[in-house]
Design a protein around this ligand. Sequence first.
Ligand SMILES: NC(=O)c1ccc[n+]([C@@H]2O[C@H](COP(=O)([O-])OP(=O)(O)OC[C@H]3O[C@@H](n4cnc5c(N)ncnc54)[C@H](OP(=O)(O)O)[C@@H]3O)[C@@H](O)[C@H]2O)c1
Length: 280
Amino acid sequence: MTDPLPLAGRAALVTGASGGIGLAVAAELAAAGARTLLTARDPARLEAAAGRLRAAGHTVATPAGTVADPGHLARCAALAVRALGGLDVLVDRTAFTVNVEAPLRLTQPAWRAWMREHGGTVVNVCTEGAGHVGANVGAHGTSKAALPHLTMQLAGELGAAVRVNAVSPGLVRTEMARFGWQGAEGAIAAGLPMGRIGEPGDVARAVRRPVSDKAAWVTSTELAVDGGGTRVRDVRTGRAAGTNVAAGAEGSGTGSGGGTPAGADAVRERLLGRRPAPDA
Ligand SMILES: NC(=O)c1ccc[n+]([C@@H]2O[C@H](COP(=O)([O-])OP(=O)(O)OC[C@H]3O[C@@H](n4cnc5c(N)ncnc54)[C@H](OP(=O)(O)O)[C@@H]3O)[C@@H](O)[C@H]2O)c1
């Protein structure tokens, strides 16, 4: 007899789930047996993403909307309970203009609608880049840096019913981060202990760890998923490996200017050793 799927009977809500890391997380949770609610802004792209999961036999709900709208977040939580029968797992991986407020505004209705009574687990997708400063990423990095703190605060306030943890990726091969890795991937990978940039599935599998019942005593943690780039110095150059790359990639789409070619050039220059890293 095969083991039951570890998340069978659970319902999971994933934001920013029509592509990149969010879709990989939704697929990972669905494969583990969870019914999933996916949300993002573009309805067509969202339906296409959901179609891939449904084709694999999974139950998926897809309310489209922006996480910047607290009303949409409340509707998502209510719909998860109504259409999926609960809201046991919450994975908030959106960033953009709402790095801190959206995770808080989504956790509140999830708590009230389900988790307070039934328990649950929340994973906030942060970024290892929040631990560094860099050109053109100030607004994004500053707001992202607050998310691990919010994670700890919520872990304190919502325990013991709910565990709240963070997963912080380094540079991952997604559209958002394309400007950071395209054309510079070889140099970036060479500086990382694991010798490659991340794939969305790397982050998705990491999210499964704090979600698992086996992590029943794990809360308020932050798990770096970065190929070692946060803590390990490149043994060849002595520079912190990959750190500023992720910070630069994070600038894309934040309105802080990091997505500009100039920002990308600065990141690459630093990586390729033409400009010293600030901490070198
Ligand atoms: N990729 C990296 O290197 C990297 C590194 C560290 C951390 N991260 C974190 O991972 C997340 C970004 O993931 P990604 O790289 O996978 O990006 P992505 O491939 O660009 O995916 C972004 C997803 O979020 C949705 N989205 C964007 N704005 C939204 C909003 N206001 N409301 C609802 N959904 C929204 C998009 O769909 P719509 O446009 O249709 O809404 C899409 O589904 C961020 O939290 C980022 O800080 C990424």
